[in-house]
Write a protein that binds this ligand. Structure first.
Ligand code: NAD
Length: 317
C-alpha cells in the first residue's frame, strides 16, 4: 500500500511514518519544515525513516499545487494521512490569516489533488479544540461544535467541513480524528508538557495561565498512532472520531507530576487565563473504541515517565 503523510516530519507525523514503514508500506512524507519550531528538530524526527528505502521525503508546501501534482503523478498514492498544519491555539490569535491559509486553503489544495488522482481514503487531523468551552462532559462527536474560541479551532472545524464536501461530491472515504493533546517523545517544544519539563529542568520560571485548575485529557503518542492506524485501515464513508484517553488531569497536578520526575521544584508564575484556551477537554472515546478498535493503553503517569526520560536523554546530547 502507498501512503502519503503530510506533515510527515512533525511530532505525530514522524511517528506515523515509522509505524507505516514498520508494517511494510511505501510512505511518502510531505513537509515544508516551516519555522513554527526549530526545523532541525523535524529533520531529527526523520532520522530513522530516512534509512528505510520505502520512505521518500518530499520537501514542499501543501499550498503549492505544482508540488502536489508532481508527487501524485509520480506515486500511486492510495491513502492520505493529512497532518500538516499550523498547530497551536495562542499563536493563531496573533496570525489568523496564516492559519487559515495553511489549514484551510492547504487542505483544499490537497483535497483537489486527491480528487484528481483518485485517492481512496483521507484521514484528517482535527482537534479537540473544535469543542470550544463545551459544557457537557465527556465530549462526544455529535456534540455541537459551532462555537470555536480560537482561529486555530475554527480552521480545524473548517477542515472537517470541507472534507465532508469532498466525500459527498467525489466519494472520498474520510475520517476526521479529533486528537486530544498528544504528548510523548518528539512532542512540539511549545506544548505544555514539553515546555514545563524544559523550564523545570533548567530552573526557569514556569508561566501558568489561570489558577491551575483547568483540566486536559492527554493522549500518549503510541495511543494516538494506534487510533490513526485504525482509521487508515477501515472504511468510513465520512466519520469523525475522538482520539483521547478519556481521563483528565489538572494543570497543577501535571506540574507536580513533572517536578517529581525531573527531581526539581517548579518556579511557578501565575498569570491571567489566556484568551482562546479552553477550560477543560475530556474525550468520550466509545465511538473510536467500537469502530476503530481504539483502546488507549498508556495512562498519564506512565506516559510522563516515558516523556521525561526521553527529554532528559535528548538534553544530554
Ligand atoms: P507539528 O507542527 O509537529 O507537525 C506539523 C507538520 O506540518 C510540521 O512538520 C510542519 O513543518 C508541517 N507543515 C506545516 N505547514 C505545512 C505546509 N504548508 N506544507 C507542508 N507541511 C507543513 O504538529 P503535531 O503536533 O505533530 O500535529 C500534527 C497534526 O495534528 C496537526 O494538524 C495538528 O493541528 C493536529 N493536532 C495535534 C495535536 C497535538 O496535541 N499534537 C492535537 C490536536 C490536533
Amino acid at each position: 500500500m502507498i501512503f502519503l503523510v503530510t506533515g510527515g516530519a512533525g511530532f505525530i507525523g514522524s511517528h506515523l511514518v515509522e509505524r507505516l514503514l514498520a508494517e511494510g508500506n511505501r510512505v511518502i512524507g510531505l513537509d515544508n519544515f516551516d519555522n513554527f519550531y526549530d526545523p532541525a528538530l523535524k529533520r531529527r524526527n526523520l532520522t530513522r525513516a530516512l534509512q528505510n528505502p520505502k520512505f521518500r521525503l518530499v520537501e514542499g508546501d501543501l499550498r503549492d499545487e505544482g508540488i502536489l501534482e508532481k508527487v501524485f503523478r509520480e506515486e500511486k498514492i492510495e491513502i492520505v494521512a493529512h497532518l500538516a498544519a499550523r498547530a497551536g491555539v495562542r499563536p493563531s490569535i496573533q496570525n489568523p490569516l496564516l492559519y487559515a491559509d495553511v489549514n484551510i486553503r492547504g487542505t483544499l489544495n490537497l483535497l483537489e489533488a486527491c480528487k484528481k488522482h483518485g485517492v481512496r481514503r483521507l484521514v484528517f487531523a482535527s482537534s479537540s479544540s473544535v469543542y470550544g468551552n463545551n459544557p457537557k462532559i465527556p465530549f462526544a462527536e455529535d456534540d455541537p461544535v459551532d462555537n470555536p474560541i480560537s482561529p486555530y479551532a475554527a480552521t480545524k472545524k473548517a477542515g472537517e467541513l470541507i472534507c465532508y464536501t469532498y466525500h459527498h461530491l467525489y466519494g472520498i472515504d474520510v475520517a476526521c480524528l479529533r486528537y486530544f493533546t498528544v504528548y510523548g517523545p518528539r512532542q512540539r517544544p511549545e506544548m505544555a508538557i514539553h515546555q514545563f519539563t524544559r523550564l523545570i529542568h533548567q530552573g526557569k520560571k514556569v508561566a501558568l495561565f489561570g489558577d491551575g485548575s483547568s483540566r486536559r485529557d492527554y493522549t500518549y503518542i503510541d495511543d494516538a498512532i494506534a487510533g490513526t492506524m485504525g482509521a487508515l485501515t477501515k472504511e468510513h464513508g465520512y466519520e469523525i472520531y475522538n482520539i483521547g484517553e478519556s481521563q483528565t488531569i489538572s494543570l497543577s497536578e501535571l506540574i507536580q507530576a513533572i517536578e517529581q520526575r525531573v527531581g526539581k521544584r517548579a518556579l511557578v508564575e501565575y498569570l491571567p487565563p489566556q484568551p482562546g484556551d479552553v477550560e477543560r477537554t475530556f474525550a468520550d472515546i466509545r465511538k473510536a473504541s467500537e469502530r476503530l478498535g481504539y483502546r488507549p493503553q498508556t495512562k498519564i503517569q506512565e506516559g510522563l515517565d516515558h516523556f521525561v526520560r526521553w527529554y532528559l536523554d535528548e538534553s544530554c546530547k
